[in-house]
Ligand binder design. Sequence first.
Ligand SMILES: O=c1ccn([C@H]2C[C@H](O)[C@@H](CO)O2)c(=O)[nH]1
Ligand SMILES: [Zn+2]
Length: 132
Amino acid sequence: MTTAADADWDALREAARDAMSRAYAPYSGFPVGAAALVDDGRTVTGCNVENASYGLGLCAECGLVSQLQLTGGGRLTHFTCVDGKGDILMPCGRCRQLLYEFGGAALLLETSSGVRSLGDMLPDAFGPEHLN
Ligand SMILES: O=c1ccn([C@H]2C[C@H](O)[C@@H](CO)O2)c(=O)[nH]1
Ligand SMILES: [Zn+2]
């Protein structure tokens, strides 16, 4: 079983901050970076990428799951996300669903009040297991 102690949360947050520094957020002025550990030990990251057509902006988590797939797939085990101040940010609802696809309910997320599972933050989630 994966536990919160399996992750170096400080290093993961640092990777998220590094990704945040590459964000393209000229419209909101709200850069975001995300980082996650993969079950094979890789770290994947993403930053938000906005668009002049405001509604088309991509959350940092979109880039993260794209990098996950591009670099070999696997399951996400630990996740963190930071804002422009480097503070922990909670993923939006759409991103919780994106993360569920690749980490399921067991994915551990860093929050300002400790580590919580995605299952706790997206209860009764719809996922690939329901497509039968
Ligand atoms: O989980 C989240 C929430 C927000 N944002 C981005 C979207 C937008 O570019 C900016 C302000 O909402 O923050 C993310 O990248 N991830
Ligand atoms: Zn989002």
